[in-house]
Write a protein that binds this ligand. Structure first.
Ligand SMILES: NC(=O)c1ccc[n+]([C@@H]2O[C@H](COP(=O)([O-])OP(=O)(O)OC[C@H]3O[C@@H](n4cnc5c(N)ncnc54)[C@H](OP(=O)(O)O)[C@@H]3O)[C@@H](O)[C@H]2O)c1
Length: 258
């Protein structure tokens, strides 16, 4: 797959990224079917397959159970083959989410991500919003902490996985990257995509396949075509633990992008 710029970050990403929720967590998730977390061999093979198909972008988070630590253990190839995106602010403990967007917590969470992922930098750290985007951006320490971590070289770029139009628009002013929900059934955050495109920010789309609530191959094609008809999209992050789906998703997207 041909890489594209992640806004003005200097980072080049595959238009299809791999989401890793299902690598480490099967509680309190909204997928259509229950699933078993794949074993180490299956995760390793999926990562090898992704790399072979030209995917370089992996999206993870401390809130995805064991996903981040497993990536650190199982990631094939040199670090430079991958663009690693992780998050700050959300913790998933004892089957429940807890949030902390403080300055010192944010620094500690990124430092832990580096240990988990066995690396000395993240390509991007996103604030994992609880829905109160504006308050987090304007009243909590997380954004300042991410700027400080970028200055120190521990992260190459920063952003927010946002949930509101107002928060997404503010993030376009303050940060390098926005991660926005965009799909055939929900496109209320399109003004954020437009603003990000105009400002040259990186845009990652989450839940583009409606978390799997789809009808067959044609449903996947229509969902992907819709996402890539929107302005400014750098990459669509699709979560899968099925090698057949991963192959099909790459084929489908390549046909759409030409
Ligand atoms: N707040 C946040 O920051 C946030 C929130 C949500 C998501 N995300 C990120 O975005 C990623 C994607 O979001 P998501 O997992 O909610 O939604 P998604 O990518 O829209 O959907 C993932 C679901 O679609 C299924 N799927 C994938 N390819 C398919 C295909 N070809 N045919 C049929 N089903 C297919 C997967 O099942 P199979 O495993 O069976 O393929 C999985 O259950 C996450 O993994 C995560 O990295 C971030």
């Amino acid at each position: 797959m041909e890489l594209r710029p992640l806004g003005g970050t200097g980072i080049a990403v595959s238009p299809l990224g791999l989401g890793t929720v299902k690598f480490g967590r099967n509680q309190q998730v909204k997928y259509p079917r229950a699933f078993e977390i794949p074993d180490d061999r299956a995760v390793r093979e999926l990562l090898e397959l992704a790399r072979g198909l030209g995917i370089n972008l992996l999206d993870t988070a401390p809130a995805y159970g064991t996903a981040q630590e497993r990536l650190g253990r199982l990631l094939p190839g040199p670090r430079s083959d991958w663009v690693l995106v992780s998050k700050v602010g959300e913790f998933f403990e004892g089957g429940r989410s807890r949030f902390d967007f403080g300055f010192h917590t944010t620094v500690a969470v990124v430092e832990q991500a580096l240990r988990d992922l066995r690396t000395d930098y993240l390509d991007c750290a996103l604030i994992h919003s609880d829905g109160d985007d504006l308050r987090i951006l304007e009243q909590e320490g997380a954004a300042d902490a991410l700027r400080e971590l970028k200055r120190r070289g521990l992260i190459r770029s920063h952003g927010i996985s946002s949930k509101t139009v107002a928060g997404g628009l503010r993030a376009v002013e303050l940060l390098d990257v926005v991660m926005v929900t965009c799909n055939l059934e929900y496109n209320e955050e399109r003004p954020v995509l437009e603003a990000a495109a105009a400002a040259g920010r990186g845009v990652l789309v989450k839940k583009g396949l409606m978390s799997g609530h789809l009808r067959g191959a044609e449903g996947v094609r229509a969902a992907m075509a819709f996402v890539f008809s929107q302005p400014g999209v750098s990459s669509m992050i699709v979560g899968t633990i099925d090698p057949g789906h991963l192959r099909a998703n790459v084929r489908t997207l390549e046909a759409i992008l030409g």
